[in-house]
Design a protein around this ligand. Structure first.
Ligand SMILES: CC(=O)N[C@H]1[C@@H](OP(=O)(O)OP(=O)(O)OC[C@H]2O[C@@H](n3ccc(=O)[nH]c3=O)[C@H](O)[C@@H]2O)O[C@H](CO)[C@@H](O)[C@@H]1O[C@H](C)C(=O)N[C@@H](C)C(=O)N[C@H](CCC(=O)O)C(=O)O
Ligand SMILES: Nc1ncnc2c1ncn2[C@@H]1O[C@H](COP(=O)(O)OP(=O)(O)OP(=O)(O)O)[C@@H](O)[C@H]1O
Length: 510
């Protein structure tokens, strides 16, 4: 890329555009991060919550930046510096150009909604792989599909990293990418410049209201994905489709918000794609799927009615790409689970232990209702709420746990800089203390639940799913719910062995 290429790309005033139009200086790298600036590169100054790139332009130039994009005038010299109204938008425009617009060459699936994004993207990946279409993933668990996986800092990375990851996937020979698109990512413009083929809506319930302030704003952020599918019908090879949960009232609104083709799905008698005759058994979930007047039996190993919705979403997203229903159904039947999503942790006892990422009132309710459909005895529920965010959902989470679990145990999630006890106080406000147990230390809470559970009980450990850390204060410490369960049973087995040994020892010497 040369500086002159940016003349028509960026939102520049006429004199600046004329100044750049003949500049053949090569721009050999691009970054919004002062720590990554390379000689010959372009630096885009971004103002974040903690760091403002504008205050560090001279530092970027000292590191060799030849082209700098800013949002307001800065006192710096030694490079071509241009001002644009929105540096975040400029970063997206430059990234698409610099990395050769990889999303145009991949089948791009964007999945949004309060719950189900991770699950649906994984299901889409499994189906595409079964149909010999190599698919990468961008989402909460990680970014995969390039040469090597990347840990996920955000569910939806920023505009620069999206293009980096997509170009890595393209270079690694991937043909598709399924991407989780968060409402925060949408409202911050992180997916600007990504040419989605298919946008999927799962559902909308209360979440992230500390960020979006009102439910209406939260919905508007989600709606952006469907509006951004475009307003033309000449997308080259891309046929744009919105796949929408029509049982959700917000899904019904979204149908009006896109000019793309729409495929709706649901379980309540409407939708192009419908699930009926739903049966939950010990071997998973069975239902009949109807599409285009044909009916297919489907079996999922995944538990829970919400996973039927996730399966319908993934079915719709891949069906519109011409994948045969039977191929999709076979692939869905093989999926055993997604890490930290209703993950059954094997135990040496007849206690069913489930680790699940449910961290919204709706998510927790769904998981507990699913457990109720097969639980034979008591249900324990270890759950907490995150700190420094979303205080409003705390009492709702605890009330649902008290209503749907026999033994709710309230504990810490990621308290961040809040006092875990203060968070639990807000959770249990108005609840009868006789109806729950509170143990602020998450390890102790898990150990307590496991030690109380008897054969045929179920222990749900909710809220952190795949996370292998706990954020206490400003420190991120290693903590993994699955490991805690394994450690508990390993310690129990070791103590049983040592007790047996000591009994033998004493009996031998008696
Ligand atoms: C509130 C928020 O959205 N924050 C995001 C924001 O961070 P920030 O404003 O603090 O950034 P910053 O550290 O001030 O840096 C600003 C700029 O300066 C640059 N910088 C920074 C340091 C330096 O030395 N030099 C430098 O140039 C950075 O590269 C960046 O371009 O920009 C960062 C880089 O893109 C994001 O990682 C970060 O997400 C944080 C981690 C976060 O927690 N975000 C949450 C709210 C979020 O986005 N969540 C959604 C939804 C998840 C869900 O659905 O559950 C998500 O998509 O993850
Ligand atoms: N379609 C759904 N409807 C309601 N709840 C769901 C649905 N799918 C999953 N869940 C619940 O929400 C939890 C999170 O699921 P998943 O990770 O797939 O959602 P997500 O949208 O990616 O969440 P996040 O953005 O917070 O990572 C699951 O562990 C499950 O409890």
């Amino acid at each position: 890329m040369q500086i002159k290429d940016c003349a028509t790309l960026l939102n520049l005033d006429q004199p600046t555009r004329q100044r750049l139009v003949a500049d053949q200086t090569e721009v050999t790298s691009l970054t919004p991060d002062t720590r990554q600036v390379q000689p010959g590169g372009c630096f885009v100054a971004i103002k974040g919550q903690h760091f403002d790139g504008h205050a560090h332009v001279q530092e970027a130039i000292a590191k060799g930046a030849v082209f700098v994009v800013v949002g307001h005038p800065v006192a710096a010299s030694g490079a071509v510096i241009v001002q644009v109204p929105d540096p975040n938008q400029a970063l997206a425009q430059l990234s698409v150009r610099f990395f050769g617009d990889p999303s145009a060459k991949l089948k791009l699936f964007g999945v949004t909604g309060t719950n189900g994004k991770t699950t649906v993207t994984h299901l889409i990946q499994q189906i595409l792989n079964a149909a010999a279409t190599d698919c990468g993933l961008i989402g909460t668990l990680a970014v995969t599909g390039g040469k090597q996986p990347h840990a996920a800092l955000n569910t939806t990375p920023d505009a620069y990293w999206n293009q980096v990851y997509l170009s890595e996937m393209e270079q690694a020979g991937k043909q598709a990418c399924a991407m989780e698109v968060s409402s925060i990512g949408l409202s911050q413009g992180r997916v600007r410049g990504i040419d989605f083929d298919t946008a999927v809506f799962t559902n909308l319930t209360e979440d992230h209201l500390d960020y979006h302030k009102t439910f209406a704003d939260y919905f508007e952020a989600k709606a952006l994905l469907f509006e951004q599918l475009g307003n033309t019908y000449h997308h080259g090879q891309k046929v744009k489709t919105a796949v929408i949960n029509i049982d959700d009232p917000y899904g019904r609104k979204l149908v009006q918000r896109t000019t793309a083709n729409v495929l709706t799905y649901g379980t309540k008698g409407r939708g192009d794609l419908q699930a009926t005759d739903i049966r939950v058994g010990a071997d998973g979930t069975h239902f009949s799927l109807t599409i285009a007047g044909r009916r297919y039996p489907v079996h999922l190993q995944l538990m829970g009615k919400f996973n039927i919705y996730n399966a319908l979403a993934a079915f719709g997203a891949t069906y519109v790409h011409g994948i045969a229903p039977k191929t999709i159904i076979r692939a869905l039947a093989k999926v055993t689970g997604v890490r930290g999503r209703f993950e059954i942790v094997p135990t040496p006892e007849q206690v069913t232990v489930i680790v699940d990422y449910a961290h919204t009132p709706d998510g927790l309710e769904n998981v507990l209702q699913t457990i109720a459909s097969f639980a034979q005895r008591r249900v324990f529920c270890v759950v907490g709420c995150g700190g420094d965010r979303e205080a409003a959902k705390r009492p709702a989470m605890a009330t649902i746990a008290c209503q749907l679990a026999d033994e709710p145990i309230f504990t810490a999630d990621n308290p961040h800089t809040e006092d875990p006890d203060a968070i639990i106080d807000q959770m249990v406000d108005g609840l009868d203390p006789a109806t729950y147990t509170r143990l602020r230390d998450r390890k102790q809470a898990i150990v307590y639940a496991l030690s109380q559970a008897k054969a045929k009980d179920v222990v749900l450990i909710a809220g952190k799913g795949h996370e292998d850390y706990q954020v206490i204060g400003t420190q991120k410490q290693h903590f993994d719910d699955v490991e805690q369960v394994q450690a508990y049973y390993a310690a129990k087995a070791a103590s049983a062995v040592s007790k047996t040994r000591s009994v033998n020892y004493f009996s031998k010497n008696a």
